[in-house]
Design a protein around this ligand. Sequence first.
Ligand SMILES: NC(=O)c1ccc[n+]([C@@H]2O[C@H](COP(=O)([O-])OP(=O)(O)OC[C@H]3O[C@@H](n4cnc5c(N)ncnc54)[C@H](O)[C@@H]3O)[C@@H](O)[C@H]2O)c1
Length: 270
Amino acid sequence: MAYNLLKGKRGIISGALDESSIAWKIAQKAKEEGATFTLTNAPIALRMGKIKELADACDTVVIPADATSTDDLEKLYNESTEKLGGKIDFVLHSIGMSPNVRKGRDYGNLNYDWFLKSIDISALSFHKMMQVGEKLDALNEGGSIVGLSYIAAQRTFSHYSDMAQAKSVLESIARSYGERLGKSKKIRVNTVSQSPTVTTAGKGIQGFQEFLDFAAMMSPLGNASAEECADYVITLFSDLTKKVTMQNLFHDGGFSYTGFSEELVEKLKK
Ligand SMILES: NC(=O)c1ccc[n+]([C@@H]2O[C@H](COP(=O)([O-])OP(=O)(O)OC[C@H]3O[C@@H](n4cnc5c(N)ncnc54)[C@H](O)[C@@H]3O)[C@@H](O)[C@H]2O)c1
């Protein structure tokens, strides 16, 4: 059911690669809720992914941008404000990639150039998205900016490798830029820390299926799906959450605060 929560709002949605992407679901819900927006992804992803299909369904365009390039981001904002007819009310950062994880490097044998790439793509790009938007004066008063995070920012999950550091930086940027944009333009900046979810990025992590089962057993409400994440993010883009900012918001069925699960103990007994 749609509630017109984003009626009249203009946005930029990054990170939709295929139907399994969290950003894909967010774009579909944003459209249902009355928003207009542009889609963006790295040029290489446009060749591999199916984003054009999503753009057609959402009656919009795809603007290629490598999120680590401020030149690309400038072009993204300029073309978006022109296409949408005004300043941007919401921005979704749904971008993550670690060459070390992708290439299976052990945490004790990380390639540091790749480590820096992980941080640049997965965290600094969040800062760049806001800095470029602010410098161009392309962000609307009272808007909302959301980045997607994971609990490895706070707790150790060995298979997550250097992405844990990237997520810590991402969440820290949300606090620092949230203060700045809150004061200057009443813009909210938050991260949503999502349950493990079966997507292209998720599947790249070693032992992912087992971990998904473990997380489900440790979450009183079960793992949150990509669709449920989309519902939550829409509320953050809407005017119903105007005083929520600088937060890392767990959207994980209760996983983050569960210390013990009888279901898991029963499983271990077998
Ligand atoms: N899947 C999970 O289990 C899970 C859990 C918590 C948080 N997250 C986070 O959600 C976000 C979205 O991931 P997803 O799971 O939907 O996977 P996904 O693979 O569908 O999305 C990741 C996106 O990042 C894009 N990207 C990579 N490098 C880029 C660059 N240089 N410039 C622009 N875009 C680039 C990819 O093309 C892709 O569209 C990520 O930040 C991820 O860390 C995922």
